[in-house]
Design a protein around this ligand. Structure first.
Ligand SMILES: Nc1ncnc2c1ncn2[C@@H]1O[C@H](COP(=O)(O)OP(=O)(O)OP(=O)(O)O)[C@@H](O)[C@H]1O
Ligand SMILES: [Mg+2]
Length: 330
């Protein structure tokens, strides 16, 4: 858990997302991958997005970077509405928004030296050779790898080393905003911890602003300031990380949280196994989309969709029974 409030500039909103919608398909076959998603990320803040496979995390990351057209809503990047911009209009914003992907082996060209791959990013945006050289050696120091590794090819490095370089590549242009989509999910647990430490270290040095996507609660717990929990295309709970981990309000968050292993066996609490089927995202029920799997479900939940309601500062929950989900981790 982090106490990095001093690194965050609350006055400066880098990203403001309002009622974002991304639908795939049309008519009765419409899949609402994102439905009315709203949140903000301030300068220097790491916002975590967590939820099960298929809930829309990657769609969210790619939508805010405008890698494809969105169906509705607004995306403000540093105050400018980029939601309807075309490729040409987006170009000046692209250098300011970078992405780190899950699999470092597929995000580099295996035939290209790593130095060449990194230099290319700078060159595309007209960075001068001496500036680029300086930037690369600074970044290699930051990510803790010797500069001679830039002479190697991706296949000659470990997954952890390559992911460090993928992070360096995302930082070459000093972007205002980075999306990390499952950036540690493909790595061994010990290597995951190293990369999370690296991100923590880099945010302090560089004031990084980040959307950090992961399907694992235990991963977002360590580095995020604010966390949004997604279920079937919607945010069901969002709160400052410290608060989310001490004052859980949504039964789905509770279930995700119960899956985090506890170090102390004495403290071990009940693990909630989610029962019931995930509704088909193409044909969502009228009420709460979590109703079919929820231990607290009542008739109201099946009929009426709960809206996000404020239960504390920056803490919103969409549930008719918020009083029932309490922190089962103690
Ligand atoms: N190009 C597409 N065409 C149609 N449906 C899509 C497309 N991309 C994603 N989807 C659907 O949108 C939903 C959200 O997918 P998304 O990849 O955003 O989930 P995710 O939360 O990132 O999952 P994971 O944890 O597995 O990466 C899924 O139901 C998926 O099948
Ligand atoms: Mg994904």
């Amino acid at each position: 858990m982090t106490t990095n409030e001093h690194l965050i500039n609350r006055e400066h909103k880098i990203l403001q997302v309002r009622n974002l919608k991304k639908y795939y398909g049309t008519g009765s076959k419409t899949l609402k991958a994102l439905d009315d998603v709203s949140f903000e990320v301030c300068e220097g803040e790491i916002m975590g997005v967590v939820g099960e496979s298929g809930c829309g995390k990657s769609t969210l990351g790619r939508s805010v970077l405008r890698l494809f057209p969105i169906t509705g809503g607004e995306i403000l990047f540093d105050g400018t509405d980029i939601s309807a911009m075309n490729a040409r209009e987006l170009k000046p914003y692209r250098r300011n928004m970078q992405m780190v992907f899950q699999n470092p082996f597929s995000s580099f060209n295996p035939k290209q030296k790593l130095g060449t791959a990194l230099r290319e990013v700078g060159k595309v945006y007209g960075m001068k050779e001496d500036r680029l050289k300086e930037k690369l050696s600074q970044l290699m120091e930051y990510i803790g790898l010797p500069e001679h590794m830039l002479q190697r090819h991706p296949g000659e490095l470990s997954g952890g080393q390559l992911q460090r370089l993928a992070i360096a590549r995302a930082l070459i242009l000093d972007p205002a905003f980075i999306v990390a989509d499952e950036a540690v999910s493909a790595l061994d647990v010990s290597v995951q911890a190293q990369i999370l430490n690296l991100i923590t270290d880099l945010r302090k040095r560089l004031r990084m602003t980040m959307l950090f996507i992961s399907h694992e609660m235990s991963v977002v717990e360590h580095i995020c300031d604010q966390v949004a929990v997604m279920y079937l295309g919607r945010i069901v709970e969002t709160a400052p990380a410290r608060e989310l981990f001490s004052d859980i309000r949504h039964p789905y968050t509770q279930a995700l949280m119960s899956a985090i292993p506890k170090a102390d066996p004495e403290e071990r609490k009940e693990r909630i196994i989610l029962e019931g089927d995930i509704p088909n995202a193409i044909d969502l029920p009228e009420g709460c989309s979590f109703a079919s799997r929820c231990r607290y479900c009542t008739a109201e939940c099946k009929e009426k969709r709960p809206e996000l309601k404020s239960v504390g500062e920056n803490h919103l929950v969409a549930c008719h029974h918020i009083e029932k989900a309490k922190d089962i981790r103690g």
